[in-house]
Structures are given as structure tokens and as C-alpha cells.
Design a protein around this ligand. Structure first.
Ligand SMILES: [Zn+2]
Length: 355
């Protein structure tokens, strides 16, 4: 018996087909209707319903490209289950090149939202009632804020075993066991017992090929772990290993000034090590930024002009730091173009660690 069609926003998508649906979400001041573009790939066989979404923060565009590449995967013809791909959730912010909505609210703090609320609440309400309604798993793609670059990493609430399973399957080098922040899509999904992971990588308003490639691989790996895609035949390449951080902390600037970074993204640092130098324009009063912890750099501020108290380096801390360093080494070697990455990798901060 053929699988039932997938009904979405008034459109019926037959099993074994795919379709782009323009999901109406709001209107501009001009009364021009605004849509969230959604691609539904409805496989012939029953299986999980995976939602992959990006740009909930409108300026976090790496995920948009990750989804474009995921949708070009030829093996989606053999998909088991259903893939719902939403490359741009915050269409307002995307058009304006900003994280926020026009009323300066953060859409990822508006969940669960309400039918009669303000713009953010209404979009969150529509998104969860129309798009999240029947999903069984979620991957939410994010990027660091503007001038902040994140190492590819997964954030998840690992108490849910299925969440932990897909977090590991993704294969990012680092997993942060991140608590749930109120109003986020992740918190709402978790409250409904939908396994959900957040991928973080790169910087707002920038494309980064290492981040994008690792995101594409990660989504495909999760689909294989969920048996939505067939396992890769004949390839016994060792899977990326992920190391779970015990905790993470931002190290902040102790003075205002101009910063010269010393350590790089992905690098292992030891307690007491110098991370950066901050000085006045003549370099007379220079202060070293020292890390009070040992760990791996998973995020950094790359704008050299800093104020006292500003978050500069995000350090993930581990019970077994040597294991985390190994996970980083696996990641670096697996992103080598020789190893079959999607694109030629440019030189990245984490390639040129201090020798
Ligand atoms: Zn974000």
C-alpha cells in the first residue's frame, strides 16, 4: 500500500515526491504577503519526519547554504520518512540582514508564541502549529553572532537519549550539554519530547566552507543514523568522534583597548596561558588576557576593538581534555579536501595553530 500523502499548509505532497511550499507568515507594511519557503521531501516509505531549519536569527546564513546542499543530495530519492527543510525561518531579519525581527525582538525567544501576540509570537505560533506539528526530530542550524566565530559544535540537552544519539551522530568535534533557554525553539521542542539539536558554526553574515561542509555532513549523518538515508556502502572511514564538554565559559576583556589574539579557534589552552594582548593604540599599557581554565577554544571575538567586560574567548572545559584534543584532530583531518569534503577548504584559523 502506498504511503499517505503529506499535508502541509493546504498542499498535498504525494509519497515519493518533493515540493516547495510558500508558507504565508505575515505581511509587510505595504500589504505584500511574506512567505517562509519550505521544501518537503516525502519519501515512499514510512519513517521519521525530520525538520531542518536555519536563519531563525536572520543574519545567520551558513545554515541556509547547508540546507541548499543537503537538498541536492541525490540519495534523497531513496528517502525513508520525510524531510522538511526550512532554510530561512526569520524572513524579516534575513531581508534586513539582521538577527532580529522589525520590532527588535529575537524570534528565538518568542516560543511557544501566541495566535494573537505581536509579530514574533505569531510567527512562533504559526511555525510550531504548522511546521513543527508532526515532526519527530529537529536540527536547528545557527551561527555565532556578528564578529563572533564559533567552532562547529552541537548544543543539546543530553538527558533525552534520542537527542544524545543524534547529537553524537552529527559528528561535530565538540558537544556542549547546553541547558535550555526560555523561549527558544529548542526549549519548546524539548518540552514536547521532540529530540532536538542545535548546530553552531561560523559567524553571522559570512559563509565559511569548513563550517558549511561539516554541517552538510552532520545533517546527512543524522539522516543515516535515523535510517532515512541508506548507509554508505563500502566505506569504512572512521566517523568523526565528538567529545562532550563538562561546561563552557567566556573569558572577558579586563581593560578597554585594541586586541591582538594569540590563540586560535579549536586550540587547546592551559590554565594561566595568554590568550590575547590588549593595549592602547601606542601599546604602552598592554595587558595579557589570561585564561583561568584549561580547555578548547570553541568561540572567539574577531573584532580587535574591545571594551572591558566584553566576551573574547569561549572555552569549553572537559574532564578528559586530551580526548577533546583528539576529537579536534580527527575533525581537522576529516575536513581535509583529500578526504572528500565538498569544497576546497581555504586556510582557516584552526588550520594554522601556533606551532
Ligand atoms: Zn542563532
Amino acid at each position: 500500500m502506498a504511503r499517505a500523502p503529506f499535508n502541509f499548509a493546504g498542499t498535498e505532497i504525494k509519497a515519493g515526491t518533493r515540493q516547495t511550499v510558500e508558507f504565508p507568515v505575515a505581511k509587510l507594511y505595504t500589504h505584500t504577503p511574506l512567505h517562509i519557503p519550505v521544501e518537503v521531501v516525502h519519501g515512499r516509505r514510512e519513517g521519521p519526519v525530520l525538520l531542518v531549519c536555519a536563519a531563525l536569527h536572520g543574519d545567520e546564513i551558513n545554515g541556509v547554504e547547508i540546507i541548499r546542499r543537503v537538498l541536492r543530495n541525490a540519495s534523497l530519492r531513496h528517502l525513508r520518512g520525510t524531510l522538511i527543510a526550512v532554510p530561512i525561518v526569520n524572513v524579516f531579519g534575513f531581508v534586513q540582514r539582521t538577527r532580529y525581527l522589525p520590532d527588535r525582538r529575537d524570534l528565538n525567544r518568542c516560543f511557544p508564541g501566541s495566535e494573537t501576540g505581536s509579530l514574533g509570537g505569531r510567527i512562533a505560533y504559526l511555525f510550531r502549529t504548522q511546521i513543527m506539528q508532526n515532526v519527530t526530530h529537529i536540527i536547528d542550524l545557527h551561527t555565532g553572532a556578528i564578529h563572533r566565530f564559533n567552532l562547529p559544535q552541537i548544543r543539546a540537552e543530553l538527558k533525552n537519549p534520542e537527542t544524545a544519539r543524534i547529537a553524537e551522530a552529527f559528528g561535530a568535534p565538540i558537544i556542549l550539554n547546553a541547558s535550555l533557554r526560555e523561549g527558544t525553539l529548542r526549549e519548546y521542542a524539548d518540552s514536547r519530547d521532540i529530540p532536538v539539536i542545535t548546530f553552531e558554526g561560523g559567524e553571522a553574515l559570512r559563509f565559511d566552507d569548513v563550517v558549511i561542509s561539516s554541517g552538510v555532513r552532520g545533517v546527512n549523518r543524522v539522516m543515516r543514523a535515523l535510517e532515512m538515508l541508506p548507509a554508505k556502502a563500502g566505506r569504512a572511514k572512521p566517523r568523526n568522534r565528538s567529545e562532550i564538554a563538562a561546561t563552557s565559559t567566556w573569558v572577558r576583556a579586563e581593560i578597554d583597548g585594541i586586541m591582538r589574539p594569540i590563540v586560535r579557534l579549536g586550540q587547546r589552552v592551559r590554565k594561566g596561558q595568554r590568550l590575547a594582548l590588549i593595549a592602547d593604540p601606542f601599546g604602552e599599557t598592554e595587558t595579557a588576557l589570561i585564561t583561568p581554565y584549561s580547555g578548547i577554544i570553541v568561540g572567539m571575538n574577531n573584532l580587535p576593538l574591545v571594551n572591558e567586560g566584553e566576551a573574547i574567548y569561549h572555552i569549553a572545559r572537559f574532564d578528559e581534555l586530551a580526548e577533546a584534543e583528539k576529537a579536534m584532530d580527527y575533525f581537522r583531518s576529516s575536513m581535509d579536501p583529500e578526504a572528500g569534503a565538498d569544497a576546497v577548504m581555504p586556510v582557516h584559523p584552526w588550520d594554522e595553530q601556533q606551532k
